[in-house]
Design a binder for this molecule. Structure first.
Ligand code: 5AD
Ligand code: SF4
Length: 449
């Protein structure tokens, strides 16, 4: 008898809960984990304390995510004591690096299973091994094995994330990702295409191609596909109604990619292009390999070729050595580019990165700059969203709004979060919405019949 069969009864009625930290790749890894758990027989619960299987999918890009994880795991000590049969699991980027893993393994005996970013496909085996032996299972792979075709996908039935590459070779001086996710590896193009064709058959409409730096897709391979070529090929698959991708490094944003976006209507008019800083001195110390002039030139190229495109970015404030003058240049660049949205971060020193050796800036100064950056950005976001008033836009309805079940939320192709009064039946469907209202972060309007 297969081990899985032996535990069929055990899994019946069991509930799982997942807490995800970090980026979209982690979000998607959690979707893959959910798929595997549901295949075993678990069902999802949003109530962590009542779950039989409690998993934390971790991130270590910034220190606060790391500290939060230790806090949340510690808070389960009592629960585990009272209910030793509950299974507590920690996975993801933190577990892929030895220092953070040792903290969990040595100081958190309440954790039963530990695995990394590269062996998600073995999760069912790890759980069965734990049930069989009753012994803690710690299993970290250094390579992905044969998991090229992912098969399992999203927790909803119309939007799918598809990994096209993993890892990163860029070594930005502040970033721990090359250590945690490893060197860059591109997935075989035909495996990606085959997966998307399969998902189209399943009814998926919107696809997001994922990678730490999708623009360098195909480098170091003999696949004969660059990222623009892959994107162009995927855009031609019948049934791919919307196509997105993230993230992109500005140094690798080619004209060819801009033209592929321009020439395919189903590729969304949205570009996430992390700027990090507006100062060339800081960009150089960050090892970003572009100047702010080059960044602005790339942003202008996108705007010129794809009118109406929305741009979003990542910005770090308080990078070591950042002066007030450097910071002013970041504010100026924000005014020049006119971002639609941004993720803003306070610099957080990460172990074994080059920047961690540099002296850090006083926290009060960083906090002050951080606030001033938001004060600069929010009116720009507001203005950008305000330009939508009176327009009719196509929105893919995703879910009920958090606060009001009569209001649905969805996204435009420019990735604007849009609220509209509509019925739940429209989830997963495209609707036309006439925009009447906006904030810095959302637009809202009425359904056009
Ligand atoms: N401190 C602050 N922000 C960071 N990021 C990456 N590493 C750090 C760090 N050490 C930000 C960058 C990146 C985003 C995913 O996270 O802006 O683009
Ligand atoms: Fe980190 Fe830079 Fe790679 Fe992005 S491109 S994952 S910031 S090293």
């Amino acid at each position: 008898m297969e081990l899985k069969e032996k535990y069929l009864e055990y899994f019946k009625g069991k509930k799982y809960n997942i807490t995800t930290f970090g980026c979209q790749m982690n979000e998607h890894d959690s979707e893959r984990i959910s798929y595997i758990l549901e295949d075993l027989g678990y069902t999802y619960t949003s109530d962590r304390n009542s779950a039989d299987f409690i998993l934390f999918n971790t991130c270590l890009v910034r220190e606060n995510a790391e500290l939060k994880l230790y806090g949340q795991v510690s808070s389960l000590k009592k629960l585990k004591k009272e209910h030793p049969e509950k299974i507590i699991v920690v996975s993801g980027c933190m577990m892929q690096t030895s220092t953070a893993r040792e903290v969990i393994v040595n100081k958190h005996k309440e954790v039963d299973i530990v695995f990394g970013t590269k062996n998600i496909n073995s999760l069912a085996d790890l759980i069965l091994r734990f049930l069989e032996t009753g012994q803690r299972v710690i299993d970290i792979s250094t390579d992905y094995g044969k998991d090229d075709f992912e098969k399992y996908n999203s927790t909803n039935y119309f939007q799918a994330y598809v990994n096209i590459m993993r890892g990163c070779d860029n070594f930005c001086s502040y970033c721990i990702v090359p250590q945690s996710r490893g060197r860059e590896e591109s997935r075989r193009p035909y495996s990606i295409i085959e997966e998307i064709e399969y998902l189209v058959d399943q009814g998926y409409k919107e696809f997001t191609l994922l990678g730490q730096n999708v623009n360098s897709y195909g480098n170091k391979t003999n696949y004969g596909f660059t990222f623009p070529e892959l994107l162009n090929r995927v855009a031609k698959i019948k049934g791919v109604e919307r196509l997105r991708f993230t993230s992109s490094h500005p140094k690798d944003l080619s004209d060819e990619l801009v033209y592929v976006m321009r020439d395919n209507d189903n590729i969304c008019n949205f570009f996430h292009l992390p700027m990090q800083s507006g100062s060339n001195d800081v960009l150089e110390k960050m090892n970003r390999k572009y100047t702010i002039e080059k960044y602005i030139e790339r942003a202008n190229k996108l705007k010129k070729e794809i009118p109406g495109i929305a741009l979003s970015t990542d910005i770090i404030v308080g990078f070591p050595t950042e002066t007030e003058e450097d910071f002013q240049k970041t504010l100026e660049a924000c005014q020049i580019v006119q971002f639609d949205s941004a993720f803003t971060f306070k610099y957080s020193p990460r172990p074994k990165t080059l920047a961690a050796k540099l002296p850090i800036i006083d926290d009060e100064i960083v906090q002050d700059r951080f606030q001033r950056l938001l004060d600069e950005l929010y009116p720009i976001f507001y203005q950008k969203n305000n330009e939508y008033i009176g327009r009719t836009v196509k929105v893919l309805i995703e879910s009920e709004s958090k606060n009001n079940p009569e209001i649905m939320t969805g996204r435009t192709d420019t990735f604007k979060l849009c609220h509209v009064k509509a019925s739940k039946d429209l989830i997963g469907k495209f609707v036309d919405v006439k925009i009447t209202d906006n904030t810095s972060f959302t637009i809202a309007g009425d359904l056009v019949k």
